[in-house]
Design a protein around this ligand. Structure first.
Ligand code: ACO
Length: 428
Protein backbone atom coordinates (compact mmCIF):
# COMPACT_ATOMS: atom_id res chain seq x y z
CA UNK A 1 0.00 0.00 0.00
CA UNK A 2 1.30 3.48 -0.90
CA UNK A 3 2.43 5.69 2.01
CA UNK A 4 1.82 8.85 -0.01
CA UNK A 5 -0.22 11.35 2.02
CA UNK A 6 -3.42 12.48 0.33
CA UNK A 7 -6.18 15.02 0.76
CA UNK A 8 -9.79 14.00 0.15
CA UNK A 9 -12.07 16.36 -1.75
CA UNK A 10 -15.80 15.78 -2.07
CA UNK A 11 -17.97 17.08 -4.88
CA UNK A 12 -21.10 18.24 -3.02
CA UNK A 13 -23.14 18.00 -6.21
CA UNK A 14 -22.44 14.37 -7.03
CA UNK A 15 -21.20 13.11 -3.65
CA UNK A 16 -18.09 11.66 -5.36
CA UNK A 17 -14.81 11.81 -3.45
CA UNK A 18 -11.31 12.03 -4.83
CA UNK A 19 -7.94 11.44 -3.17
CA UNK A 20 -5.40 14.07 -4.17
CA UNK A 21 -1.71 13.39 -3.46
CA UNK A 22 0.10 15.72 -1.07
CA UNK A 23 3.59 16.84 -2.11
CA UNK A 24 5.91 17.70 0.77
CA UNK A 25 9.12 19.69 0.35
CA UNK A 26 11.98 20.04 2.84
CA UNK A 27 10.53 23.32 4.21
CA UNK A 28 7.24 25.18 3.95
CA UNK A 29 3.63 24.17 3.42
CA UNK A 30 2.83 20.96 1.53
CA UNK A 31 1.10 21.30 -1.85
CA UNK A 32 -1.96 19.41 -3.05
CA UNK A 33 -1.20 17.83 -6.42
CA UNK A 34 -4.19 18.84 -8.55
CA UNK A 35 -2.66 17.90 -11.90
CA UNK A 36 -5.17 15.04 -12.27
CA UNK A 37 -8.17 17.07 -11.09
CA UNK A 38 -9.56 18.03 -14.48
CA UNK A 39 -9.15 14.53 -15.88
CA UNK A 40 -10.95 12.99 -12.89
CA UNK A 41 -13.62 15.59 -12.17
CA UNK A 42 -13.91 17.95 -15.14
CA UNK A 43 -13.13 20.91 -12.85
CA UNK A 44 -10.31 23.45 -12.99
CA UNK A 45 -9.02 25.24 -9.90
CA UNK A 46 -9.17 29.02 -9.74
CA UNK A 47 -6.43 31.09 -8.08
CA UNK A 48 -6.13 34.59 -9.45
CA UNK A 49 -2.63 35.97 -8.90
CA UNK A 50 -1.39 32.45 -7.93
CA UNK A 51 -1.80 33.17 -4.21
CA UNK A 52 -2.00 29.48 -3.25
CA UNK A 53 -0.42 27.78 -6.25
CA UNK A 54 3.03 26.18 -6.45
CA UNK A 55 4.11 26.09 -10.09
CA UNK A 56 7.26 23.98 -9.82
CA UNK A 57 9.67 22.08 -7.60
CA UNK A 58 12.74 24.17 -6.79
CA UNK A 59 15.81 23.71 -4.60
CA UNK A 60 17.13 27.26 -5.00
CA UNK A 61 15.41 29.71 -2.64
CA UNK A 62 13.13 29.33 0.36
CA UNK A 63 11.03 32.09 1.93
CA UNK A 64 9.07 31.80 5.18
CA UNK A 65 6.88 34.88 4.87
CA UNK A 66 5.43 34.52 8.36
CA UNK A 67 8.86 34.44 10.02
CA UNK A 68 10.51 36.88 7.59
CA UNK A 69 13.12 34.29 6.64
CA UNK A 70 14.96 34.03 3.31
CA UNK A 71 17.39 31.23 2.42
CA UNK A 72 19.44 30.73 -0.76
CA UNK A 73 20.26 27.04 -1.12
CA UNK A 74 19.63 26.76 2.64
CA UNK A 75 21.92 29.62 3.69
CA UNK A 76 20.28 32.56 5.54
CA UNK A 77 20.44 35.81 3.56
CA UNK A 78 21.94 37.62 6.57
CA UNK A 79 24.96 35.28 6.60
CA UNK A 80 25.46 35.44 2.83
CA UNK A 81 25.27 39.26 2.91
CA UNK A 82 27.85 39.42 5.67
CA UNK A 83 30.28 36.72 4.61
CA UNK A 84 30.10 36.28 0.84
CA UNK A 85 30.57 38.21 -2.37
CA UNK A 86 27.93 38.53 -5.08
CA UNK A 87 30.06 36.31 -7.34
CA UNK A 88 30.05 33.54 -4.71
CA UNK A 89 26.29 33.91 -4.31
CA UNK A 90 25.72 33.81 -8.08
CA UNK A 91 27.73 30.57 -8.23
CA UNK A 92 25.79 29.21 -5.25
CA UNK A 93 22.46 29.92 -6.94
CA UNK A 94 23.60 28.33 -10.20
CA UNK A 95 25.36 25.30 -8.74
CA UNK A 96 23.86 24.59 -5.33
CA UNK A 97 27.04 24.93 -3.24
CA UNK A 98 29.38 27.79 -2.37
CA UNK A 99 32.41 27.77 -4.69
CA UNK A 100 35.88 26.68 -3.68
CA UNK A 101 38.57 29.31 -4.20
CA UNK A 102 39.53 27.68 -7.49
CA UNK A 103 35.94 27.42 -8.72
CA UNK A 104 35.41 31.09 -7.93
CA UNK A 105 38.53 32.15 -9.82
CA UNK A 106 37.49 30.01 -12.80
CA UNK A 107 33.96 31.47 -12.70
CA UNK A 108 35.21 35.06 -12.62
CA UNK A 109 37.64 34.30 -15.41
CA UNK A 110 34.92 32.91 -17.65
CA UNK A 111 32.64 35.85 -16.88
CA UNK A 112 35.43 38.19 -17.99
CA UNK A 113 35.53 36.45 -21.37
CA UNK A 114 31.75 36.50 -21.69
CA UNK A 115 31.41 40.14 -20.63
CA UNK A 116 32.23 41.56 -24.06
CA UNK A 117 29.26 42.38 -26.25
CA UNK A 118 29.26 42.26 -30.02
CA UNK A 119 30.45 45.66 -31.26
CA UNK A 120 27.39 46.04 -33.47
CA UNK A 121 25.22 45.99 -30.35
CA UNK A 122 26.63 49.42 -29.53
CA UNK A 123 24.94 50.71 -32.70
CA UNK A 124 21.67 49.18 -31.54
CA UNK A 125 21.97 50.98 -28.18
CA UNK A 126 22.84 54.29 -29.83
CA UNK A 127 19.74 53.92 -32.01
CA UNK A 128 17.54 54.53 -28.95
CA UNK A 129 16.38 58.06 -28.33
CA UNK A 130 18.61 59.69 -25.68
CA UNK A 131 15.83 59.86 -23.09
CA UNK A 132 14.63 56.28 -23.55
CA UNK A 133 14.02 54.69 -20.16
CA UNK A 134 17.01 52.42 -19.41
CA UNK A 135 14.63 49.54 -18.65
CA UNK A 136 13.15 49.91 -22.16
CA UNK A 137 16.68 49.73 -23.56
CA UNK A 138 17.49 46.69 -21.38
CA UNK A 139 14.36 44.80 -22.48
CA UNK A 140 15.22 45.45 -26.14
CA UNK A 141 18.97 44.88 -26.03
CA UNK A 142 18.88 41.72 -23.90
CA UNK A 143 16.15 40.34 -26.18
CA UNK A 144 18.35 41.16 -29.17
CA UNK A 145 21.12 38.94 -27.76
CA UNK A 146 18.96 36.04 -28.94
CA UNK A 147 19.90 37.03 -32.49
CA UNK A 148 23.62 36.83 -31.67
CA UNK A 149 23.18 33.53 -29.81
CA UNK A 150 20.31 31.85 -31.69
CA UNK A 151 20.23 28.76 -29.48
CA UNK A 152 17.24 26.47 -29.16
CA UNK A 153 16.83 25.69 -25.48
CA UNK A 154 15.03 22.41 -26.14
CA UNK A 155 18.24 20.93 -27.57
CA UNK A 156 20.69 22.51 -25.13
CA UNK A 157 23.05 20.35 -23.08
CA UNK A 158 23.64 21.27 -19.40
CA UNK A 159 27.01 22.72 -20.47
CA UNK A 160 25.31 24.92 -23.08
CA UNK A 161 22.81 26.11 -20.46
CA UNK A 162 25.67 26.95 -18.10
CA UNK A 163 27.34 29.04 -20.81
CA UNK A 164 24.08 30.91 -21.54
CA UNK A 165 23.62 31.62 -17.82
CA UNK A 166 27.17 32.99 -17.55
CA UNK A 167 26.80 35.05 -20.73
CA UNK A 168 23.73 36.68 -19.24
CA UNK A 169 25.32 37.43 -15.86
CA UNK A 170 28.45 38.78 -17.54
CA UNK A 171 26.81 40.96 -20.20
CA UNK A 172 23.99 42.47 -18.16
CA UNK A 173 26.08 45.16 -16.37
CA UNK A 174 27.86 46.03 -19.61
CA UNK A 175 24.56 46.60 -21.43
CA UNK A 176 23.13 48.51 -18.45
CA UNK A 177 26.15 50.81 -18.22
CA UNK A 178 26.16 51.32 -21.99
CA UNK A 179 22.52 52.37 -21.90
CA UNK A 180 23.33 54.84 -19.12
CA UNK A 181 26.28 56.24 -21.09
CA UNK A 182 24.04 56.62 -24.11
CA UNK A 183 21.45 58.54 -22.05
CA UNK A 184 24.08 61.06 -20.92
CA UNK A 185 25.91 61.14 -24.25
CA UNK A 186 29.04 59.64 -22.68
CA UNK A 187 31.57 57.25 -24.21
CA UNK A 188 31.13 53.49 -23.81
CA UNK A 189 33.55 52.04 -21.25
CA UNK A 190 34.68 48.42 -21.57
CA UNK A 191 34.77 46.01 -18.63
CA UNK A 192 38.19 45.45 -17.04
CA UNK A 193 39.57 42.08 -16.06
CA UNK A 194 41.14 43.34 -12.83
CA UNK A 195 37.96 44.87 -11.41
CA UNK A 196 35.30 43.09 -9.38
CA UNK A 197 31.78 42.62 -10.77
CA UNK A 198 30.43 45.65 -8.91
CA UNK A 199 33.70 47.60 -9.29
CA UNK A 200 33.30 47.13 -13.04
CA UNK A 201 29.70 48.26 -12.88
CA UNK A 202 30.68 51.52 -11.17
CA UNK A 203 33.67 52.00 -13.46
CA UNK A 204 31.65 51.43 -16.63
CA UNK A 205 29.04 53.92 -15.44
CA UNK A 206 31.17 56.67 -13.98
CA UNK A 207 34.64 56.62 -15.51
CA UNK A 208 35.50 58.49 -18.70
CA UNK A 209 38.56 58.15 -20.94
CA UNK A 210 39.49 61.71 -19.94
CA UNK A 211 39.54 61.38 -16.18
CA UNK A 212 40.93 58.86 -13.74
CA UNK A 213 38.12 57.34 -11.71
CA UNK A 214 38.77 55.88 -8.27
CA UNK A 215 36.26 53.24 -7.25
CA UNK A 216 35.15 53.97 -3.71
CA UNK A 217 35.49 50.68 -1.76
CA UNK A 218 32.45 51.63 0.35
CA UNK A 219 30.34 52.04 -2.79
CA UNK A 220 31.71 48.82 -4.31
CA UNK A 221 30.98 46.82 -1.14
CA UNK A 222 27.51 48.35 -0.72
CA UNK A 223 26.57 47.55 -4.31
CA UNK A 224 27.88 44.02 -3.94
CA UNK A 225 25.71 43.46 -0.86
CA UNK A 226 22.65 44.99 -2.52
CA UNK A 227 23.19 42.62 -5.45
CA UNK A 228 23.30 39.66 -3.04
CA UNK A 229 20.01 40.74 -1.46
CA UNK A 230 18.32 41.06 -4.86
CA UNK A 231 19.80 37.94 -6.47
CA UNK A 232 16.82 35.60 -6.15
CA UNK A 233 13.39 35.42 -4.54
CA UNK A 234 11.82 32.13 -5.64
CA UNK A 235 8.74 32.23 -7.91
CA UNK A 236 8.01 35.97 -8.02
CA UNK A 237 6.39 37.58 -11.08
CA UNK A 238 9.57 38.07 -13.13
CA UNK A 239 11.04 34.66 -12.29
CA UNK A 240 7.75 32.98 -13.11
CA UNK A 241 7.75 34.94 -16.37
CA UNK A 242 11.23 33.64 -17.21
CA UNK A 243 10.13 30.08 -16.39
CA UNK A 244 6.90 30.37 -18.36
CA UNK A 245 8.66 31.81 -21.41
CA UNK A 246 11.39 29.18 -21.06
CA UNK A 247 8.92 26.31 -20.66
CA UNK A 248 8.26 26.39 -24.42
CA UNK A 249 11.96 25.90 -25.16
CA UNK A 250 12.44 29.57 -26.09
CA UNK A 251 15.85 31.18 -26.43
CA UNK A 252 17.26 32.01 -22.95
CA UNK A 253 18.15 35.62 -23.82
CA UNK A 254 14.57 36.21 -24.99
CA UNK A 255 13.28 34.61 -21.76
CA UNK A 256 15.39 36.90 -19.57
CA UNK A 257 14.18 39.86 -21.61
CA UNK A 258 10.61 38.80 -20.72
CA UNK A 259 11.66 38.66 -17.06
CA UNK A 260 13.07 42.18 -17.27
CA UNK A 261 9.76 43.41 -18.68
CA UNK A 262 7.88 41.86 -15.77
CA UNK A 263 10.32 43.27 -13.22
CA UNK A 264 9.86 46.79 -14.58
CA UNK A 265 6.28 47.16 -13.27
CA UNK A 266 5.78 49.39 -10.20
CA UNK A 267 4.14 46.54 -8.26
CA UNK A 268 7.42 44.57 -8.63
CA UNK A 269 11.00 45.84 -9.16
CA UNK A 270 9.87 49.18 -10.56
CA UNK A 271 8.84 50.05 -7.01
CA UNK A 272 12.40 51.16 -6.12
CA UNK A 273 12.18 54.01 -8.62
CA UNK A 274 8.59 54.76 -7.56
CA UNK A 275 9.64 54.95 -3.87
CA UNK A 276 12.13 57.73 -4.52
CA UNK A 277 9.62 59.62 -6.65
CA UNK A 278 7.02 59.18 -3.89
CA UNK A 279 9.42 60.40 -1.19
CA UNK A 280 10.11 63.45 -3.33
CA UNK A 281 6.38 64.06 -3.63
CA UNK A 282 5.88 63.68 0.14
CA UNK A 283 8.82 66.05 0.53
CA UNK A 284 8.32 66.86 4.24
CA UNK A 285 7.37 64.96 7.40
CA UNK A 286 4.28 67.12 7.81
CA UNK A 287 2.86 65.69 4.56
CA UNK A 288 3.13 62.03 5.68
CA UNK A 289 -0.42 61.83 7.13
CA UNK A 290 -1.91 63.07 3.84
CA UNK A 291 -0.11 60.39 1.82
CA UNK A 292 -0.97 57.69 4.36
CA UNK A 293 -4.61 58.71 4.19
CA UNK A 294 -4.50 58.41 0.41
CA UNK A 295 -2.92 54.95 0.67
CA UNK A 296 -5.75 53.83 2.98
CA UNK A 297 -8.52 55.29 0.83
CA UNK A 298 -10.17 52.50 -1.20
CA UNK A 299 -11.29 55.04 -3.80
CA UNK A 300 -7.75 56.23 -4.42
CA UNK A 301 -5.45 53.91 -6.43
CA UNK A 302 -2.39 55.37 -4.66
CA UNK A 303 -0.36 52.90 -2.57
CA UNK A 304 2.65 53.51 -0.40
CA UNK A 305 5.40 52.28 -2.69
CA UNK A 306 7.94 50.00 -1.05
CA UNK A 307 5.35 48.66 1.43
CA UNK A 308 3.65 45.29 1.43
CA UNK A 309 4.57 41.96 -0.08
CA UNK A 310 2.69 38.95 -1.36
CA UNK A 311 4.76 36.52 0.71
CA UNK A 312 6.18 38.47 3.67
CA UNK A 313 3.65 39.02 6.42
CA UNK A 314 6.53 40.04 8.64
CA UNK A 315 9.47 42.40 8.10
CA UNK A 316 11.23 41.68 4.78
CA UNK A 317 14.73 40.59 5.96
CA UNK A 318 16.27 42.30 2.93
CA UNK A 319 14.71 45.64 3.88
CA UNK A 320 16.13 45.31 7.40
CA UNK A 321 19.63 44.72 5.99
CA UNK A 322 19.35 47.55 3.48
CA UNK A 323 18.07 49.96 6.13
CA UNK A 324 21.11 49.15 8.29
CA UNK A 325 23.33 49.56 5.25
CA UNK A 326 21.79 52.99 4.55
CA UNK A 327 23.07 54.21 7.94
CA UNK A 328 26.58 52.88 7.23
CA UNK A 329 26.81 54.03 3.61
CA UNK A 330 25.43 57.51 4.25
CA UNK A 331 27.79 57.95 7.19
CA UNK A 332 30.83 56.76 5.25
CA UNK A 333 30.00 58.70 2.11
CA UNK A 334 29.53 61.82 4.23
CA UNK A 335 25.79 62.42 4.03
CA UNK A 336 24.60 60.98 7.33
CA UNK A 337 21.69 63.41 7.59
CA UNK A 338 20.17 62.72 4.16
CA UNK A 339 16.66 64.25 4.49
CA UNK A 340 15.19 61.60 2.16
CA UNK A 341 16.44 58.83 4.44
CA UNK A 342 15.10 60.69 7.48
CA UNK A 343 11.75 61.00 5.71
CA UNK A 344 11.74 57.29 4.81
CA UNK A 345 12.52 56.29 8.42
CA UNK A 346 9.74 58.52 9.65
CA UNK A 347 7.28 57.12 7.13
CA UNK A 348 8.11 53.60 8.27
CA UNK A 349 7.66 54.66 11.91
CA UNK A 350 4.28 56.24 11.25
CA UNK A 351 2.95 53.25 9.30
CA UNK A 352 3.99 50.87 12.07
CA UNK A 353 1.77 52.80 14.51
CA UNK A 354 -1.21 52.78 12.16
CA UNK A 355 -4.00 50.22 12.48
CA UNK A 356 -4.44 49.87 8.67
CA UNK A 357 -0.81 48.87 8.12
CA UNK A 358 -0.57 46.76 11.31
CA UNK A 359 -3.74 44.79 10.50
CA UNK A 360 -2.60 44.06 6.93
CA UNK A 361 0.98 43.32 8.00
CA UNK A 362 2.38 45.90 5.61
CA UNK A 363 6.08 46.41 6.25
CA UNK A 364 8.80 48.01 4.11
CA UNK A 365 9.97 45.64 1.37
CA UNK A 366 13.33 45.34 -0.41
CA UNK A 367 12.54 48.32 -2.63
CA UNK A 368 11.84 50.80 0.15
CA UNK A 369 15.39 51.70 1.21
CA UNK A 370 17.49 50.50 -1.75
CA UNK A 371 16.98 53.71 -3.77
CA UNK A 372 18.47 55.78 -0.96
CA UNK A 373 21.72 53.83 -1.26
CA UNK A 374 21.69 53.92 -5.06
CA UNK A 375 21.24 57.66 -4.93
CA UNK A 376 24.12 58.03 -2.46
CA UNK A 377 26.28 56.10 -4.96
CA UNK A 378 25.35 58.60 -7.68
CA UNK A 379 23.08 56.22 -9.58
CA UNK A 380 20.20 58.11 -11.22
CA UNK A 381 16.64 57.19 -10.24
CA UNK A 382 15.69 55.72 -13.62
CA UNK A 383 18.59 53.23 -13.30
CA UNK A 384 17.37 51.77 -9.97
CA UNK A 385 15.29 48.98 -11.51
CA UNK A 386 18.13 48.26 -13.94
CA UNK A 387 20.39 47.60 -10.92
CA UNK A 388 17.76 45.20 -9.59
CA UNK A 389 17.65 43.44 -12.98
CA UNK A 390 21.43 42.98 -13.05
CA UNK A 391 21.39 41.30 -9.64
CA UNK A 392 18.26 39.24 -10.36
CA UNK A 393 19.80 37.84 -13.55
CA UNK A 394 21.74 35.39 -11.36
CA UNK A 395 18.45 34.08 -9.93
CA UNK A 396 16.60 34.10 -13.26
CA UNK A 397 19.44 32.17 -14.90
CA UNK A 398 19.57 29.65 -12.03
CA UNK A 399 15.80 29.12 -12.11
CA UNK A 400 15.75 28.79 -15.91
CA UNK A 401 18.62 26.27 -15.76
CA UNK A 402 16.87 24.30 -13.01
CA UNK A 403 13.68 24.15 -15.06
CA UNK A 404 15.53 22.96 -18.14
CA UNK A 405 17.27 20.21 -16.14
CA UNK A 406 13.98 18.91 -14.71
CA UNK A 407 13.06 15.87 -16.81
CA UNK A 408 9.37 16.36 -15.88
CA UNK A 409 9.07 19.97 -16.93
CA UNK A 410 6.22 20.74 -19.31
CA UNK A 411 5.12 23.81 -21.18
CA UNK A 412 3.29 26.16 -18.77
CA UNK A 413 -0.30 26.50 -19.90
CA UNK A 414 -2.80 27.86 -17.34
CA UNK A 415 -6.54 27.47 -17.94
CA UNK A 416 -9.29 30.05 -17.45
CA UNK A 417 -12.87 30.53 -16.36
CA UNK A 418 -14.47 31.85 -19.56
CA UNK A 419 -17.15 34.49 -19.05
CA UNK A 420 -17.48 35.94 -22.55
CA UNK A 421 -20.45 35.54 -24.93
CA UNK A 422 -21.90 32.06 -25.55
CA UNK A 423 -21.50 30.60 -29.05
CA UNK A 424 -23.37 32.73 -31.60
CA UNK A 425 -23.53 33.15 -35.37
CA UNK A 426 -22.17 36.10 -37.30
CA UNK A 427 -25.34 38.14 -38.21
CA UNK A 428 -24.61 38.18 -41.97
N1 ACO B 1 -0.14 50.68 0.43
C1 ACO B 1 -1.41 50.64 0.91
N2 ACO B 1 -2.15 49.53 1.03
C2 ACO B 1 -1.59 48.39 0.62
C3 ACO B 1 -0.27 48.32 0.10
C4 ACO B 1 0.46 49.53 0.02
N3 ACO B 1 1.71 49.53 -0.46
N4 ACO B 1 0.03 47.05 -0.22
C5 ACO B 1 -1.06 46.31 0.08
N5 ACO B 1 -2.03 47.12 0.58
C6 ACO B 1 -3.36 46.69 1.08
C7 ACO B 1 -4.29 46.35 -0.07
O1 ACO B 1 -5.03 47.47 -0.48
C8 ACO B 1 -5.16 45.29 0.57
O2 ACO B 1 -6.08 45.95 1.42
P1 ACO B 1 -7.59 45.33 1.62
O3 ACO B 1 -7.38 44.03 2.33
O4 ACO B 1 -8.29 46.35 2.43
O5 ACO B 1 -8.17 45.16 0.25
C9 ACO B 1 -4.20 44.52 1.46
O6 ACO B 1 -3.16 45.47 1.80
C10 ACO B 1 -3.57 43.30 0.81
O7 ACO B 1 -2.94 43.72 -0.38
P2 ACO B 1 -2.97 42.93 -1.76
O8 ACO B 1 -3.07 43.90 -2.89
O9 ACO B 1 -3.97 41.83 -1.71
O10 ACO B 1 -1.53 42.29 -1.77
P3 ACO B 1 -0.81 41.59 -2.97
O11 ACO B 1 -0.09 40.44 -2.41
O12 ACO B 1 -1.75 41.32 -4.11
O13 ACO B 1 0.22 42.71 -3.49
C11 ACO B 1 2.11 44.12 -3.55
C12 ACO B 1 1.53 42.80 -3.02
C13 ACO B 1 1.91 44.21 -5.07
C14 ACO B 1 3.60 44.11 -3.28
C15 ACO B 1 1.42 45.31 -2.85
O14 ACO B 1 1.69 45.24 -1.47
C16 ACO B 1 1.86 46.65 -3.43
O15 ACO B 1 1.27 47.12 -4.40
N6 ACO B 1 2.90 47.30 -2.80
C17 ACO B 1 3.41 48.54 -3.33
C18 ACO B 1 4.35 48.28 -4.50
C19 ACO B 1 5.66 47.65 -4.06
O16 ACO B 1 6.31 48.10 -3.12
N7 ACO B 1 6.07 46.61 -4.79
C20 ACO B 1 7.34 45.92 -4.55
C21 ACO B 1 7.13 44.56 -3.98
S1 ACO B 1 8.66 43.77 -3.62
C22 ACO B 1 9.17 43.23 -5.13
O17 ACO B 1 8.42 42.90 -6.01
C23 ACO B 1 10.59 43.20 -5.37
Amino acid sequence: MSSQKTVTVTDNQTGKTLQLPLIEGTHGPAAIDISGLYKNTGYFTYDQGFVSTASCHSAITFIDGEKGQLLYRGYPIEQLAEKCSFMEVAWLLLNGELPTEQELLGFEDRLTDYSLINESLKNFISGFYHDAHPMAVLVGVVGSLSSFYPVDASSMTPADAEVAAMQLIAKMPVIAAASYKHSVGGPFIYPREWLSYTGNMLNMMFSTPARRYEIDPVAEKALDMIFILHADHEQNASTSTVRLAGSSGANPFACISAGIASLWGPAHGGANEAVLNMLEDISEVKNIPRFMARAKDRNDPFRLMGFGHRVYKNYDPRARLIRKMCHEVLEKLGDSSDPTFELALRLEEETQKDEYFIERKLYPNVDFYSGIIYRALGIPTNMFTVMFAIARTAGWAAQWKEMLADPNHRIGRPRQVYNGPARRDVPR
